[in-house]
Design a protein around this ligand. Sequence first.
Ligand SMILES: *Cc1c(COP(=O)(O)O)cnc(C)c1O
Length: 356
Amino acid sequence: MINVTKTFLPSLEEYQTYLEKIWKNAWLTNRGEFVKELEEKLCTYLEVPNLLFVNNGTIALQIAIKALDLKGEIITTPFSYVATTSSIVWEGCEPVFVDIDTNTLCIDADLIESAITEKTTGILATHVYGIPCDVEKIEKIAKKHNLKVIYDAAHCFGVNYKGQSLLNYGDISTLSFHATKLFHTGEGGGIVVNNQELFHKVFYMHNFGHNGPEDFFGVGINGKSSEIHAALGLCVLPNMEEIIAKRKEISLLYDDILLKNFSLKRPQIPSETEYNYPYYAILFESEKKLEEVQKRLNDNDIFPRRYFYPSLNTLNYTNSFSCPVSEGISTRVLCLPLYYDLQLSDVEKIGKLIIL
Ligand SMILES: *Cc1c(COP(=O)(O)O)cnc(C)c1O
């Protein structure tokens, strides 16, 4: 059976040596040595000024919204994983959906200004499949209207844009280190903040608001992760270059086979992007065609996934917004199997079944 993804597992022996140290220290959480070491190594690898390791990518989004004190309306994308929208609603704000760009599948920056009202306090956009949003345009709009910008960068591990980490754009970027993501810690997430004072706020918020054992800066939540998760990340991290190179090779082979068929399209990656190959999304000409191919693959024990479907503006807990581009694309997009040890012969087989 071939699934859309398969978690990369590092050497068990190496992980065991970390576990032995954790046992010896008898220190499992509350910012132990491996959590701190992972944060330092991630800052170096990703070339970001700071990174807070938290227990998942959804709490990262929620802490970001809280720390920036967003209220009222948040402009967001309908084409993402549900956590992008649900986090806004969970924090008591209203998601205002702006349709997506047909090339990048990220929020269409040209449509943002007309969605701004006096209740708008921020923009929460996703760099979907690791493809950069129009960060320059978004920054300009945010400055002009005094809005905060959060990027859901759950797919952006290692993506560089115009010579620097994509995570350096916006006020806060959030990452997910879930087992299905490019880099993982089993469950986990990260918060990158581009302002030291704000980082301090994010930091205390992830630890109940603590300022020392008996003092509190303000309200907080438990966003901490554990030594066990951090150790897993420390074992996965040294393999990232190899993992990304392998995924690139697979993606290029898919391109080779599939793009000969002119009715198939791919989302476009802007120039000056150093990409990380987290997903392989393919756009069919119709939902009918997609379903036909999906069935053929399933019959061969191959299970791609419809990321992202449905379009989030159609969720039953949000106000209704019309996003024709996202609604259309979400019915026609399929993510094909892509993982470190997917065999090239299987990629060829999948490709042939699709263009059949
Ligand atoms: C995976 C994902 C999340 C949620 O991350 P978790 O670590 O699973 O909580 C949020 N946004 C996007 C775009 C994601 O793909």
